[in-house]
Design a protein around this ligand. Structure first.
Ligand code: SF4
Ligand code: SF4
Length: 338
C-alpha cells in the first residue's frame, strides 16, 4: 500500500501547490473551512485534516460565491462583450469528506446533465481534482449513511486518503488522481498497514419512502409547526454543500460594466419576488416548506437521490434549532400519504 506519512503532508501540499491551487481544511481564526494552501499562515492557521466537517464545505471552490460572467462596454453604437472575464486554473480539493463529495455529485447533476451544460461550472469542474478523506469515525451530527452516502468510499473522488496509525493510505481511483500522484510519488512510502473499522453512526434517519409520502403532505400542519422558529436567515442554505441557487446581477459605471452571478437563498423573500409585486412564497412558512420539499421530494423525483448528504451542518448552525432529521422522522411517522 502507498502511504502518505503524517510528517510529509506539508511537503506534499507544497509540491502540489506548484501545479494547482490546493484547498485544504483549516482553522482560520474562529472559523473552519477550505482555504488555499498558498494563503496558509503558520502563526494563524491550523491544518485540520483530522476534523470531520469543517464549518464551510468546499462548495465555493467549484461554485464561487460570486462569479464574473462577462464584462461589457459601449463603443459608439456597438456593445463590446468580453466573455473571457477570468482565467480558470487547476484546483485540488484535498481532505474533503464523503458527504461533501456527494454534494459535488449533486452539483454535477444539476449543472451538467438533463440536456443542459452550464459552461461556467463545467470549466471549473474539468480542472478540479478531488482528494477525499475517508471517514471511519462519524461525528455526533453526521448521518450521511442514512442519506445513501458511503463514508469510506466516495464515488466521485479521484484519490481517497484513508487514515491509519502512521498517516494516510493513498488510494488512487481515476486518471486525474494518477496524474496528481505522479507529482508526489517519491513522497509516498510502500508499507502494509491496517485500516480502521467503520464505527457506528450516532445519528440515523430512515429516508425510505419519504419522497413518495411528501407528495400528499403539501398542506400538512407540520410545516406551520417546524417553520415557526425559522428566522429565514439563510445560513443553512449558504453552508449546505448541496444548495446551488444563484442570482444574476449587473454592475455598471459610465459606459461599461460587468454581469456576475452570486449565491442566493430560497429562504429570502426576494428570491421569488416578481417584478409586478406578486410573490408566490410570501410567507416564511412557504419558503421553509419549499426548501425541504426541494431537498427531500423534488430533487429525488428528478435525480433519484435526496438533496441532502447528511453532513449535519444545518442542524448545528440553525439559530432556531430547525432539524432536518426531525422533519424526515415526522414525514415517516405521518399517517397521511403513501
Ligand atoms: S438556518 Fe434555521 S433559521 Fe436560518 S433560514 Fe435555515 S432553517 Fe431558518
Ligand atoms: S440539508 Fe443540512 S444536513 Fe443535509 S446536506 Fe444540507 S447542510 Fe447538510
Amino acid at each position: 500500500m502507498k502511504v502518505l506519512k503524517f510528517g510529509k503532508i506539508e511537503q506534499v501540499l507544497d509540491r502540489l501547490a506548484q501545479q494547482a491551487e490546493v484547498y485544504v481544511p483549516m482553522l482560520r481564526g474562529q472559523q473552519t473551512g477550505f482555504y488555499s494552501w498558498n494563503t496558509y499562515d503558520e502563526g494563524y492557521d491550523d491544518l485540520m485534516f483530522d476534523i470531520l466537517n469543517v464549518y464551510q464545505s468546499p462548495k465555493h471552490v467549484i461554485l464561487p460565491q460570486t462569479e464574473m460572467m462577462y464584462r461589457f462596454r459601449q463603443e459608439g453604437q456597438d456593445v463590446i462583450i468580453d466573455a473571457e472575464a477570468q482565467e480558470i486554473t487547476p484546483k485540488i480539493i484535498m481532505g474533503i469528506r464523503s458527504c461533501d463529495v456527494r454534494g459535488i455529485e449533486h452539483l454535477d447533476a444539476v449543472f451538467l446533465t438533463k440536456g443542459y451544460v452550464d459552461e461556467f461550472y463545467k470549466a471549473r469542474r474539468d480542472k478540479i481534482t478531488i482528494i477525499a478523506n475517508a471517514c471511519y469515525n462519524p461525528g455526533t451530527n453526521c448521518f450521511c449513511a442514512s442519506m445513501g452516502v458511503n463514508p469510506t468510499d466516495p464515488e466521485a473522488a479521484d484519490i481517497i486518503m484513508r487514515e491509519v496509525e502512521v498517516g494516510y493510505v493513498w488510494d488512487v481511483k481515476t486518471e486525474k488522481g494518477q496524474a496528481v500522484t505522479k507529482q508526489i510519488e517519491d513522497l509516498l512510502e510502500e508499507e502494509e498497514v491496517e485500516l480502521f473499522p467503520l464505527k457506528r453512526f450516532l445519528r440515523k434517519v430512515d429516508y425510505e419512502g419519504v419522497a413518495e409520502k411528501l407528495k400528499d403532505m403539501f398542506d400538512d400542519p407540520m410545516w406551520e409547526k417546524y417553520s415557526e422558529p425559522c428566522q429565514t436567515c439563510g445560513i443553512c442554505t449558504y453552508l449546505c454543500p448541496t444548495c446551488y441557487c444563484f442570482d444574476i446581477q449587473v454592475k455598471t459605471w459610465g459606459e461599461e460594466g460587468y454581469r456576475f452571478r452570486c449565491w442566493d437563498s430560497c429562504m429570502y423573500r426576494e428570491y421569488t419576488q416578481m417584478a409586478g409585486g406578486h410573490n408566490p412564497r410570501e410567507a416564511a412558512k412557504e419558503r421553509f416548506r419549499n426548501r425541504f420539499l426541494h431537498k427531500l421530494q423534488f430533487f429525488t423525483e428528478r435525480y433519484g437521490q435526496p438533496l441532502c448528504t447528511g453532513c449535519g451542518r444545518c442542524v448545528v448552525v440553525c439559530p432556531g434549532g430547525v432539524n432536518i432529521i426531525k422533519i424526515i422522522d415526522t414525514v415517516k411517522e405521518a399517517k397521511t400519504g403513501a
